[in-house]
Design a protein around this ligand. Structure first.
Ligand SMILES: Cc1cc2nc3c(=O)[nH]c(=O)nc-3n(C[C@H](O)[C@H](O)[C@H](O)COP(=O)(O)OP(=O)(O)OC[C@H]3O[C@@H](n4cnc5c(N)ncnc54)[C@H](O)[C@@H]3O)c2cc1C
Length: 420
């Protein structure tokens, strides 16, 4: 611990990267810690060809400051691809390209971030009965010990964590889709493999498409309880639900209106798939019906009811819900594309948790400026990015309002006074 910071950010994904940029031209002394060894944005799912679910204009800065040289357009310009990108008339670049953009921005903020550090505790430092500083304890992920940071403000942006249905027997043969590219990196593409993929959201459809394309002799079973993949609604009127102004509207709306908005429009983000991808998968199923060589098998209205280790793989029981019949598939891999949940900020707040006020439906209560509502003794700012869907709306876990939110938090930190 060398100096007292004005702000320490925990996690260095897009949310805190955007904050680091927003703070760059201010006198605020800021530092960030990130447990990964280098910058990475969902690397295990960087499937070639998979595209962004938002416009490239919802990058780290443009919605807040269209003149910033941290924009996606500035990145394209620096890579000498701007004209060609414009010619492609594309609003949704590939995730691989957007990841490269994020790495480019993160590299320019290298002086602000320490990688390979996982925050494990936060300790209140009291002066005159008030918490005026916070000590964050971070463990080096290479096992070489701990580091402490003293700060006046904390911004927790620890992102999403993979979610698995209870009882899934996780093993090297049964895992969450977030591990996809790591797990299959060394598997030869021409092995006659069998995959079972559970889930009908965007990740599930992407995994099915990828496995079927990459492993040209593999059989891929797509298992889901729906009748068919449902399309993600990204039509223009509905898309306004991701506008920055909607955050104000949502934040101030009564609970029943919030529930109503989620009820009507969760298909903008949850259990919904890009229409183009749905059409592509159907095209492949139909082509295989014509050729008679079936490798892509849709098991709709179905559920996995049992999984048993068998040989080098697993036996998977798949129940067909309309008649209860059970099909057993011997799979080399069973992959759960069962989605993600925001990681609770309390995971890293340790001893500070007792100062935080909870709210029904979320672990903490947040003010409109993303600052946690705390007890009176807490004089430091604790801000949260991401785990705020219940209060700030459906854009919270996404990139849509990242730039604006970073500006709001930077402004709030600049305004906040933390008397010594
Ligand atoms: C496969 C996939 C594709 C997606 N595609 C899109 C898309 O196209 N458009 C969109 O809007 N959203 C998309 N999302 C949603 C996603 O949440 C956002 O894109 C974005 O990642 C949110 O940024 P973040 O910084 O809040 O969280 P994250 O990107 O998850 O970053 C959080 C960071 O915190 C670090 N961390 C966690 N705990 C600690 C700790 N204790 N100490 C130190 N570091 C820690 C993690 O290692 C991570 O790097 C996608 C999500 C997934 C999983």
């Amino acid at each position: 611990m060398t100096q007292t910071l004005d702000v320490l950010g925990i996690g260095f994904g897009p949310s805190n990267l955007a904050l680091a940029i927003a703070l760059e031209d201010t006198p605020v002394r800021a530092a960030f810690i990130e447990r990964q060894e280098e910058f990475g944005w969902h690397r295990g799912m960087l499937i070639s060809g998979a595209t962004m679910q938002v416009s490239f204009l919802k990058d780290l800065v443009t919605m807040r400051d269209p003149t910033s040289d941290f924009s996606f357009l500035a990145y394209l310009h620096s890579k000498n691809r701007l004209a060609t990108f414009i010619n492609s008339r594309e609003f949704s670049p590939t995730r691989v390209e957007f990841h490269d953009y994020l790495c480019w921005a993160a590299a320019r903020l290298r002086h602000r971030v320490t990688y390979g550090l996982e925050a494990v505790d936060a300790i209140p430092v009291l002066t005159g009965g008030k918490v005026r500083h916070i000590d964050v304890v971070a463990r080096r992920t290479d096992g070489t010990g701990e580091v402490r940071y003293r700060t006046r403000n904390l911004v927790v942006a620890t992102g999403l964590e993979p979610w698995l249905p209870p009882g899934v027997p996780v093993s090297p043969k049964v895992w969450h889709s977030e591990e996809l590219l790591y797990r299959l990196r060394d598997v030869p593409p021409d092995d006659p493999l069998t995959f079972v993929v559970v889930g009908a959201g965007q990740s599930g459809a992407e995994v099915v498409e990828y496995l079927h394309r990459r492993f040209e002799r593999a059989q891929v079973h797509s298992v889901f309880a729906r009748y068919g993949y449902s399309p993600a609604d990204d039509t223009p009127f509905v898309n306004a639900i991701f506008d920055p102004a909607t955050v104000d509207l949502f934040y101030n709306a009564p609970a029943e209106v919030k529930d109503m908005m989620f009820g009507y429009h969760s298909n903008t983000n949850y259990s919904a798939v890009d229409t183009g991808l749905i059409v592509e998968l159907h095209r492949r199923v139909y082509a295989e019906m014509v050729s008679g060589e079936r490798r892509l098998i849709m098991r709709n209205l179905s559920r996995v009811t049992a999984v048993r280790p068998a040989g080098a793989g697993v036996d998977v029981d798949i129940a067909y819900l309309p008649d209860g019949s059970v099909t057993q598939v011997h799979a080399d891999w069973l992959i759960y594309a069962s989605g993600y949940r925001p990681r609770s900020p309390l995971c890293v707040l340790g001893q500070l948790s007792s100062y935080c006020k909870a709210e029904p439906g979320q672990p903490v209560r947040l003010d409109r400026d993303h600052r946690m509502i705390t007890s009176e003794q807490m004089r430091c700012g604790i801000y949260v990015q991401g785990a705020s869907e219940a209060s700030h709306g459906i854009s919270s876990t996404l990139l849509s309002t990242t730039a604006i939110r970073a500006g709001e938090i930077a402004g709030s930190i600049a305004l906040s006074t933390c008397p010594e």
